[in-house]
Design a protein. Sequence first.
Length: 308
Amino acid sequence: MQKIISKVLITGVAGFIGSNLLDYLFENTSWQIDGVDNLSTGNKKNIEHHLNHNRFTFLEKECKDLTSLKDYDIVFHLAALPRIQPSFDRVNEHVEANLNQAIHLIELMILDNHYPRLVFSGSSAIYGTPNKIPTPETEKVDCLSPYAFQKYEFEKYLELIATRYPIDYISLRYFNPYGHRSFNPENSFNAYSSVVGIFLNRKREGKKLLVTGDGQQKRDFIHVADLAKANYLAGTHSEKLNTAFNVGLGDTLSVLSLAKMIDGDNFEFIKKREGESDITFADTAKISAVLGWVPSMNIKDYLATELT
């Protein structure tokens, strides 16, 4: 039996994944939805088609400016700076966005003594370059960047605080998301967006695709619609789980192969980025068994529609 839900909050609602989750919930539920975004990386255009709907309220603010979560049955926490390379150079900014803002949500729950299901958008970056392929949730943590560490650190805060307070959470460890709105040309850090979106944008502009390193790094690409469904299933699951799930396709494609699929030989190699894994490859047996989630979109089928 699923939880009875009336009102939910999406943080980072104007971002790539947050706006797609908003679309999914509008299409598949009758819930009232509040969305929070400071628009530092999100784009209001992503949610403009919902702004005048009586089921949706947009709050242009930061998570730390929220004063209560008492109205909500579920909090989908997606607000973050999802940037591996800049997290090395702008450490405090990323700690504030990726850890402190999230911890504020826990403190509000404790203050109100009200504990909505918290669905946290985590990251497979916490595995680094894993030893076990495909990678299960039990793989050792090996953070290669401050961004990865911040994602893992919040998971540990949830785990620790749940030993004293009745925190109800699920962490979703995303692998490599792509899909509609994954590339925002107005974002000064768009080079750190999904490589799928970056490559498709450069092809549209008639520019060479830029492949980092030798391009042999392999990625498990997961479509944003499948991420939205995973959030929904995590939010509505009837039992309190307090656990983490991998969310990936369960297959890999090299960045070089991706470039060739998108634009043939119109690419060039650039310097390898440090702090990035050689391979991401999700073992999704756990989320399939517990939440009944299975991915529906394959990267090759997606590209076939995008490139026609």
